[in-house]
Write a protein that binds this ligand. Structure first.
Ligand code: G1P
Length: 292
């Protein structure tokens, strides 16, 4: 069966960014002028997935407004002759078919995915985490869908991290089978360095068979008292094979202040309209560091 839907869990509190996230979802933080969540939605659209299921919460309304049609704003931009801006804002709201479902309690990533079950139904689906932006020549989701088409089983994207970083991610223990494909034997959520079976970290892109829902229903709270998606995948392994695809994409983790800053600076340096002025500004700062 073809993959038609993507689930984007966006109900988290964003505690690492308080007080900014008290009233504003972290997924709406801009990378210059585009909110982080739009990058993720565009990634899904590029892979041919336009049914986007947002697992949302009561403090996440701006996300709904962002993907809705805003006729007043469109009229205003049309009247001012701002055609490029008009095209930009029209495109995203018309290309995506958003579905919103509430996660009433924040019980963890696994729980968020389980909440999406009535909207996914019994079919394979993608999960994209809302704070990781991937930059690659080829679409990671498309590659994952190719692996799914071949094996008919779940696929997880992983990337290689440095040893000191393993405790920030879900880490897999796998066997290389061909090119960039591994078959997973085990996984562990945020292990200590000495417990980590490899340096292959889950990047936040998953493709699941619907069997994962059965497993999520019986996954006990794990790390941090939360229902962990990684633990449900571990249960899934008892019944079905799960594949990993190792990606070489540039990974931007916008979920921490430092990662957010790095993403913002790198993206700005890649933009023709900002590159020169920003470079000059940064050089100036680095030559004469200012006391704050
Ligand atoms: C989640 C997952 C983890 C994965 C990571 C990728 O953790 O639980 O397995 O490696 O996303 O960003 P979080 O960063 O939400 O704590």
């Amino acid at each position: 069966m073809e993959v038609r839907k993507a689930v984007l869990p966006v109900a988290g509190w964003g505690t690492r960014f308080l007080p900014a996230t008290k009233a504003m979802p972290k997924e709406m933080f801009p990378i210059i002028d585009k909110p982080v969540i739009q990058f993720i939605v565009e990634e899904c659209l590029d892979a041919g997935i336009d049914n986007i299921i947002f697992v949302t919460g009561r403090h996440k309304r701006p996300i709904e407004h962002h993907f809705d049609i805003n006729t007043d704003l469109e009229k205003h931009l049309e009247n001012c002759g701002k055609t490029q801006l008009l095209k930009n804002i029209m495109e995203i709201s018309r290309l995506v078919n958003p579905i919103y479902i509430r996660q009433k309690e924040q019980l963890g990533l696994g729980h968020a995915v389980l909440v999406s079950e009535p909207t996914v139904g019994y079919e394979p689906f993608i999960v994209c985490l809302g704070d990781v932006i991937l930059k690659d020549e080829e679409s990671v989701l498309t590659k994952m869908m190719e692996v799914y088409r071949r094996f008919g089983k779940s696929v997880i994207a992983v990337f290689e991290v440095e040893e000191r970083e393993v405790s920030k991610y879900g880490i897999i223990d796998g066997r290389h089978i061909e090119r960039d494909i591994h078959i997973i034997d085990d996984l562990i959520e945020k292990p200590k360095i000495e417990e980590a079976p490899s340096r292959l970290a889950i990047v936040g892109r998953y493709l699941f068979t619907p069997k994962i829902f059965e497993k999520l229903k019986v996954t006990p709270p794990g790390r941090g008292g939360e229902i962990q998606l990684t633990d449900a995948i571990k249960l899934l392994l008892e019944e079905e094979a799960v594949y990993a695809i190792k990606i070489n994409s540039k990974v931007y983790d916008t979920g921490t202040p430092m990662g957010y800053l790095q993403t913002m600076i790198e993206f700005a340096l890649q933009r023709e309209d900002l590159r020169d002025d920003l470079t000059k500004y940064l050089r100036g700062l680095l030559i004469q560091p200012t006391e704050v």
